[in-house]
Structure formats: structure tokens, C-alpha cells
Design a protein around this ligand. Structure first.
Ligand SMILES: [Zn+2]
Length: 322
């Protein structure tokens, strides 16, 4: 498991605070968005806020994080809050898990807040579990809120979907993800910039790329393929399709950057922002037409790789064009 420290979504929490204040909370919600975008964290933050002892009048936008209820939430020991999810990645949510969480609906709340039941990765609910859940959704209990999370709405049974209010979670912007990485994960500014670009706004993906040393590897690719003739490196890369794929992605980004630099752009739109000097030299060496031809050649090689063609010659051509 990755050490995921995704923050909850402050905007969504605020929206729920307002719904609570105005007595408009529905009894079932479906949080939809990519993995690691903060759906479960937000569901737990909502549970915390609705049960916070400093928020019994519902006037607060954020939980206090200090009262006995908030502290119980921190250790997942709050009697009015329950979370179930598949026990291992890709596994189904067991029917016993669904039964155990729904038991709470019948029980009286321990505190003065709301009971919050969270079903993570609800796309892994099997039909039997979904049917039990459906019964609960049809006979809602006024002091209970059910929150389901899923990566795609299409994977949730329509009968369940139609009984839930949907809340969409969007990936971060590149700049916001870059900030997350520098502030919460101690990444350097330059590495964060590259990771944020490659991860398309998803923190979980950025963390996976970080753990696989993607930033170091991309600089190795630039040093050993673009800026020098390192036959041993190429030979090594050619042994693994995944490594070829990675190299081509890096080359695509590099040539794209060089075209931008040649067009006078040198701001944060550049992926390889940590290599501006090398990029400028590279862009100067080639004519604009050479760069666009090179870009087409890289894209062609990517297509060949995806169609399982031998890539050795295509890679040599790319090298010659540089
Ligand atoms: Zn509190």
C-alpha cells in the first residue's frame, strides 16, 4: 500500500456544513472521482464535522479536531461512524461487511450527531450486498447518512445510483498538485513540477511515479539518450517494453518542450522545467521543421510500440534526427 495522505476536499466539506445547517442533508450520497482524489478522506471529514462536540448547533464549517468525538474519529473508533471497503485491492466487498455496517442503522446513535456509514470503492459491491443496501436506501433512517465512493458512476447499479445524490471529485490542477507535493510530501520544487505534469492531476499517480523514481529516471533518459550516445543504455532499454515506453514518453515531452522553447515559451508550461539550459541548447541546435519532424517520429514510434512492432530501428532514427 502507498502512504496516501490525501487531504479532504475543503469545498465539499463546506457544502455539507451548509446543508447540515439548513437541514437539507440527504440520506445517501455517491462520491465519484479518480482514485486517490480524496473521496474517502472527505467522507470521514464530513463524519467528523457532523459529530464534532463543538458543532452541536451546526454552525461550524470545520471540525475542532480536539473534542472527544473528533479524537475518536482520528483513531477510527467512533461508535457512530463506520467504513467498509474491499479488504484487498480489486476484491469484492463481502456481504457480511455490508450487513455489519447496516446493523448500525438500526442502533440508536451514541452521540448527539449523525451516524455516518461509508462504503469505499462501492463498485466492488456484489449484487447480493447491493440488494441489502437498496433496502436500507428505500427505508432511510433520519439520523443516518450513507456515503458511497466510486471511481466511475457507471459501475454502480442504477437502482442504487438513482437513490443517491452525486458529488463529483475532480483531479487537482497541475499547479495545485505541485503544491501538494512540495508541501505535504517534501518533494523538491523541480521534481514536483515534473511529477504533477506526468500524473495529470492525480495525487495517487504522482506518488506512484515518485516511488518508482520517475523524475530521476527521466533525467537519466535525457542525459544518456538525448545528450549523449550511450549504447549500453539503449541496449538496456530495448530489453523491456515498459522501459521503451517510458523513454518514448520522456522523448515526446522533451521534443514538445523544445518546440515551445523555440517558440519563445519558457514558463511553467515546460514539462522539463529543471533542464531549461539543456532544452534551450537543444532547441537552438535544430530548425523548427526538424523539431516537428522529430516529434512526429516519436509519436510514430509510440504507435509502433503499441502495435508490437520492433522499435529498434525507429529509436535509432530518432537518435539520428537529434
Ligand atoms: Zn470536535
Amino acid at each position: 500500500m502507498l502512504p496516501i495522505l490525501v487531504q479532504y476536499n475543503e469545498e465539499v466539506l463546506k457544502r455539507f456544513a451548509m446543508l447540515n445547517r439548513t437541514g437539507r442533508l440527504a440520506h445517501a450520497y455517491l462520491f465519484v472521482g479518480p482514485r486517490y482524489v480524496g473521496k474517502k478522506k472527505t467522507a470521514l471529514a464530513i463524519a467528523k464535522l457532523l459529530n464534532c462536540e463543538k458543532n452541536t448547533d451546526g454552525q461550524k464549517d470545520v471540525f475542532c479536531d480536539e473534542c472527544p468525538s473528533c479524537i475518536k474519529m482520528q483513531v477510527m473508533g467512533h461508535p457512530d461512524v463506520a467504513l467498509i471497503a474491499p479488504e484487498t485491492e480489486g476484491a469484492s466487498i463481502k456481504i457480511e461487511q455490508v450487513r455489519s455496517i447496516l446493523e448500525k442503522v438500526k442502533m440508536r446513535a451514541f452521540g448527539t450527531g449523525k451516524k455516518v456509514l461509508i462504503i469505499g470503492e462501492a463498485q466492488h459491491l456484489l449484487t447480493a450486498g447491493a440488494n441489502i443496501l437498496l433496502k436500507t436506501l428505500e427505508e432511510p433512517s433520519p439520523d443516518t447518512i450513507l456515503i458511497l465512493t466510486a471511481t466511475a458512476m457507471e459501475n454502480i447499479l442504477p437502482t442504487i445510483r438513482s437513490r443517491c445524490h452525486m458529488v463529483r471529485f475532480s483531479p487537482f490542477s497541475k499547479a495545485a498538485l505541485e503544491n501538494q507535493l512540495t508541501q505535504h510530501y517534501d518533494e523538491s520544487k523541480l521534481a514536483s513540477h515534473f511529477l504533477a505534469f506526468s500524473a495529470e492531476g492525480c495525487l495517487g499517480k504522482a506518488l506512484q511515479l515518485r516511488d518508482s523514481q520517475s523524475f530521476e529516471k527521466k533525467n537519466q533518459a535525457i542525459n544518456r539518450f538525448v545528450l549523449s550516445d550511450d549504447e549500453a543504455y539503449i541496449k538496456n532499454v530495448l530489453e523491456e517494453d515498459e522501459d521503451v515506453k517510458f523513454l518514448l514518453e520522456i522523448l515526446e515531452g522533451w521534443v514538445r518542450d523544445a518546440i515551445l522553447v523555440k517558440s519563445g515559451i519558457s514558463d511553467t508550461r515546460i514539462i522539463n522545467f529543471d533542464r531549461m539550459n539543456d532544452l534551450a541548447r537543444f532547441a537552438q541546435k535544430l530548425a523548427f521543421k526538424d523539431l516537428t519532424d522529430l516529434y512526429s517520429q516519436v509519436v510514430k514510434a509510440q504507435k509502433m510500440l503499441s502495435e508490437n512492432f520492433n522499435i529498434k530501428v525507429a529509436l535509432a532514427t530518432i537518435k539520428l534526427m537529434m
